[in-house]
Design a protein around this ligand. Structure first.
Ligand SMILES: Cc1cc2nc3c(=O)[nH]c(=O)nc-3n(C[C@H](O)[C@H](O)[C@H](O)COP(=O)(O)O)c2cc1C
Length: 187
């Protein structure tokens, strides 16, 4: 059986990002059951149709990574009840289809998680992200999604030490691996 490839896209470029640390925790839980890569897209420029063709190298690199992946797992903070602009910018770049370039997100499986020091748990941002990913024709695993509020209760010296939320992340890992495998079996 082919090893599943999961690409993690974190909606925060912050070095100590809790969402990045959550992605790393998911990677650890997955272990060798799937390839799991957290992509660095900090070099992707702001979208501008004037520089769209030929696609800048970072965009082409990211496009290829999404194309090769079986599942995309979004780990996103919430900014003003939305997902951050850097994530929207990346998705806008990768969503472009004209001139023979495929829309790379189409029919890819998607999982969504988020963690915040606030009380919302990133749920509102996730709902907005679902709207966008649905428009891009992704196969979204709507249940379970993971929303972690009050992050600082599980952070020590800037390091995320998942306690209460770990069983939920474990459940989401199991569910997503099954979800992706089921989609692959149907192809
Ligand atoms: C511009 C801005 C807006 C924010 N708005 C929200 C919000 O609407 N809800 C929330 O729970 N936290 C909000 N926060 C706090 C972020 O959740 C917090 O900075 C979080 O640590 C960012 O994620 P990261 O640790 O992965 O970088 C906001 C932060 C910024 C910078």
């Amino acid at each position: 059986m082919k090893k599943i490839k999961v690409l993690a896209i974190v909606g925060s470029l912050r070095e100590g990002s809790y969402n990045k640390q959550l992605a790393l925790a998911a990677k650890e839980i997955i272990g060798d059951r799937a390839d799991f890569e957290i992509v660095d897209y900090s070099d992707v420029p702001l979208f501008n149709e004037d520089i769209e063709f030929p696609a800048p190298e970072p965009v082409q690199r990211l496009r290829n990574k999404v194309l090769e992946a079986d599942g995309i797992w979004f780990f996103t903070p919430e900014y003003n009840h939305f997902f951050p602009g850097v994530l929207k910018n990346l998705i806008d770049w990768l969503s472009r289809t004209s001139k023979g370039v495929p829309q790379v997100f189409a029919r890819k499986c998607a999982a969504i998680s988020g963690i915040t020091p606030g009380m919302s748990g990133t749920g509102i941002a996730q709902d907005h992200l679902v709207t966008l990913l649905s428009f891009l024709n992704m196969r979204i695993m709507n249940f379970p999604r993971l929303t972690i509020p009050n992050a600082l209760q599980q952070v020590k010296d800037g390091k995320l030490e998942l306690t209460d939320s770990k069983p939920y992340l474990e459940k989401q890992v199991e569910a997503f691996l099954k979800f992706v495998q089921k989609e692959l079996d149907c192809q």
